[in-house]
Design a protein around this ligand. Structure first.
Ligand SMILES: [Fe+2]
Length: 496
């Protein structure tokens, strides 16, 4: 049996190695251009306390490290699907963890931030994050996987001061729906009782939890936040994110202006003022005792807007953030903790893992519209299924056809020929989710699209296989070349 007190002490020992960073920015190297952004901030006399950089080519990250030698850097990882019961058996897991540790070391990162979400499950792939099943078993699996990654960082991840980065688990956004049998704060409390990780609380994600659970129908936002924070393991929150929210292009703005907008996480969009009101409420909570940093998450946002929003946020919040961080360090120093070895997680048994794998297979089939909404995790959703219907009928098709590479732009010749024959591209969505598939490489949505579209066309129009094959070859070549020089091949908005 894991002792939660022991786990929490291990967390505090690790936290002590992370100095307060204050207010900063969570950014992407390419989008917008990070060097231009830093220069524009300098011109305005703004110097972020730290930068959290999203996963990129290691060479690009090394260049960032050299460009801002005095600025603390943190790392926003991607592609370790720690929600999944079989992730450690994936042939690419060790390689992905190894690459991530190399990137953490190249920027001398304070921590690894990773979303508690996935883009692949049980052989099905998606383009943007899908939240985990909020169940007890799922929490145990997340904790076991986080412990494994933390152990790898303890072994190989090193900063100049000899400390290893800390795993920070971010509560993901909801995109129109949630599924599970336990409340979300309870889920994170179970995880943190088992593993000494920190947490990232994203204020916009919290808004989506209000919007896409029954909370928005039964209570006010202010009361929801208060109740949520009382239940959530706030003492583990090391970093806060604030990012934009917007209606998705496949859904559009609401017509009558009635009720709450159908916003989802949207880093390119302006930060709505309601999120700053929520931030005030979070910073005032007495359980927030481990805070080290607050970042505006601004990847894919226009530089002018970033500079304006950051200047305003610093003006309004920097003193409050400093005070909150000081509150935490004082509590922790008074505890005088002695170092302990990393916690070893109890393994989750094979039959439980298999059970959860089956649950995730059903999850993928339900949200992609291939299976009816049944099962204990879906009771609340089934009662008010408009959000899930939105996801299935608008969001997912848009993701497969347009997001991260528009099919008609990627394969112009093939798409023209298919249209002439009356083969509609929407058939590709059903094809994509028709059956689970073994993984053939580390997650890469662009390469997956190429691979699956080739299969689709080969099946539906075998006589134009040469044409689609040619278009695939040139896309792959351009992509490989772009990756070598560390530049994105197309406008692919990262969803973080
Ligand atoms: Fe975030």
């Amino acid at each position: 049996m894991v002792d939660p007190n022991f786990v929490h002490q291990d967390f505090q020992r690790r936290l002590r190695k992370i100095p307060p960073q204050g207010m900063g920015l969570s950014v992407d190297v390419y989008s917008p251009d990070l060097f231009e952004l830093v220069n524009k901030l300098r011109e305005r006399g703004l110097r972020p306390g730290y930068l959290e950089v999203f996963k990129a080519a290691t060479t690009a990250l090394t260049t960032v490290r050299q460009f801002v030698p005095d600025m603390p850097l943190a790392y926003h990882g991607e592609g370790l699907w720690i929600t999944q019961p079989d992730v450690q058996e994936s042939p690419f897991f060790q390689q992905d963890v190894g690459e991530m540790v190399a990137q953490l070391n190249s920027v001398q990162s304070l921590w690894l931030n990773h979303e508690c979400a996935m883009k692949q499950m049980a052989g099905y792939s998606f383009g943007t994050y899908v939240p985990p099943l909020y169940t007890r078993l799922s929490a145990e699996v997340v904790a076991a996987n986080v412990a494994t990654v933390q152990q790898a960082m303890d072994r190989q991840g090193r900063r100049a001061d000899g400390t290893a980065p800390l795993f920070l688990l971010e509560m993901p956004p909801l995109t129109y729906f949630s599924a599970g049998t336990i409340p979300i704060p309870h889920f994170f409390r179970l995880v943190t009782a088992l593993v000494p990780c920190g947490l990232v609380l994203d204020i916009g994600h919290l808004w989506t939890v209000y919007r896409y659970t029954d909370a928005c129908r039964r209570t006010s936002l202010e009361r929801f936040v208060r109740e949520f924070l009382d239940e959530f393991p706030l003492e583990r929150v090391v970093e806060i994110h604030v990012a934009g929210l917007a209606c998705h292009e496949s859904v559009g703005e609401p017509k009558g202006g009635e009720g709450l907008p159908e916003w989802i996480d949207a880093h390119a969009a302006p930060i709505p003022s309601i999120l700053f009101t929520m931030l005030e409420q979070v910073l005032a909570h007495p359980n927030l005792v481990s805070l080290r940093a607050v970042a505006l998450e601004v990847d894919t946002k226009p530089i002018e807007m970033i500079v304006e929003e950051y200047a305003e946020a610093v003006r309004r919040f920097s003193l409050l953030v400093q005070r909150t961080m000081a509150r935490g360090t004082a509590v922790e120093q008074s505890m005088g903790l002695t170092p302990r070895p990393a916690t070893v997680q109890e393994p989750v048994c094979q039959s439980d893992r298999q059970q959860l794998r089956d649950d995730y297979a059903r999850y993928a089939q339900i949200i992609s519209g291939q299976a009816p909404i049944t099962g204990p995790e879906w009771q609340e959703t089934a009662a008010e299924a408009t959000g899930l219907a939105r996801y299935r009928t608008s969001y997912v098709p848009h993701e497969i056809l347009h997001w991260g590479g528009d099919l008609a732009e990627m394969f112009p010749q093939t798409c023209r020929t298919l249209a002439e024959r009356g083969i509609c591209l929407t058939e590709f969505v059903a094809f994509w989710f028709r059956s689970p598939r073994p993984l053939t490489h580390s997650y890469d949505f662009f390469l997956l699209k190429i691979e699956r579209f080739l299969e689709f066309v080969s099946e539906r129009a075998p006589d134009i296989r040469d044409c689609v094959q040619q278009e695939c070859d040139s896309l792959r070549l351009a992509y490989a070349q772009a990756n070598e020089v560390g530049e994105p091949v197309m406008e692919m908005e990262p969803s973080q």
